[in-house]
Design a protein around this ligand. Sequence first.
Ligand code: NAP
Length: 357
Amino acid sequence: MKKIKVGILGATGMVGQQYLQRLKEHPWFEISFLASSETSAGKKYKDAVENRWYQKEPLDNELGKLSIHSIEDIESCHKNCHFVFSALPTNAAKIYEEKYASAEIPEISNASYHRASIDVPVLLPEVNAKHLELIHYQQKRRGWKKGFIVVKPNCSLQSYVIPLEALRKQFPLKKILVTTLQAISGAGYPGISALDIHDNIIPFIQGEEEKSEQEPLKIWGTLERDKILPSNDIQLSVHCNRVPVMDGHMACVSVEFAHKPSSEAIIEAWQNFRGEPQKLDLPEAPSQPIVYKQEINRPQTRLDRMEGNGMAITVGRLRECPIFHYRFVGLSHNTIRGAAGGGILNAELIYKQGYIY
Ligand code: NAP
């Protein structure tokens, strides 16, 4: 199979590096364009990330030799790529994402800037693959032919939205209370000062609670021709905390259903859950998207974040709640499922559905 050429915007950052690592042996996609800020533009990739390569495995030799383009070099991107992943910070996403899409380059973004845009799907492939139909309306509305923007959700929410999705159709959700414990890597590099996070928990992440409450309701929303109507039958309250672990976002969840199911039925629904990525056997999809841990003290961040090559959600500690119906703990890897791995899974689904050509 001839591989599809892809670009990475913000290639030198925390998420950009993860994209390079996970795409280097991808069966369908091949990296052919890298762009970053003017600090890195013009350098070989290996020189630009010298002293700030955060990945466990060494940088691939061939990828290290690629030159980094200026983010302004949209023309080269257009010549070299079928689509791009954006790992830009919000301020740069605001300027460049529409410029790339209007140059007819499809874009799968990790940035938050477009998540609230009325015609942009926030894609969590196991949950709302159907929302991709919005791409046609986005293109029509904005006068784009091949270009479009699809975003992936905030990294905080995969650990609770996917386990809740597995229950939602059988057991409609009424009220959800979530407390997240989020890793330092979620703040990018250099991120939070060691003096602030060492021996500490910070009960505030700028803008995170708003995203963690609003984005799930859009993901669970109904597609009505040219827009998504957010779900209005679920009440959701989220507390977000930064904790001193490197990778892995945990969520402690209490949930009330329209009718209380048995705990056996919940565990069975988690174990049997398969979404569109599993049905299509997409390369980045974990075969078991939700892994239920029987042990009383799991999931644990260090032990379980790499389940399913970093793409599975581990859940555990399902028990009755004296206020709501049940409580449980969910865990997902924030820079894999919550960032680059999740972005690649989105791209695979979008490509398979024929929106990239
Ligand atoms: P990061 O480590 O700060 O990296 C930012 C990247 O963007 C670098 O490659 C940087 O290039 C480039 N950049 C910065 N300003 C730019 C500009 N004006 N024009 C072009 N390129 C520019 O951030 P990150 O953690 O990788 O996050 C990237 C995006 O993903 C953010 O929107 C973030 O919110 C989102 N996200 C992050 C996570 C996570 O777990 N970290 C999870 C989900 C989503 P230089 O190296 O040249 O400066």
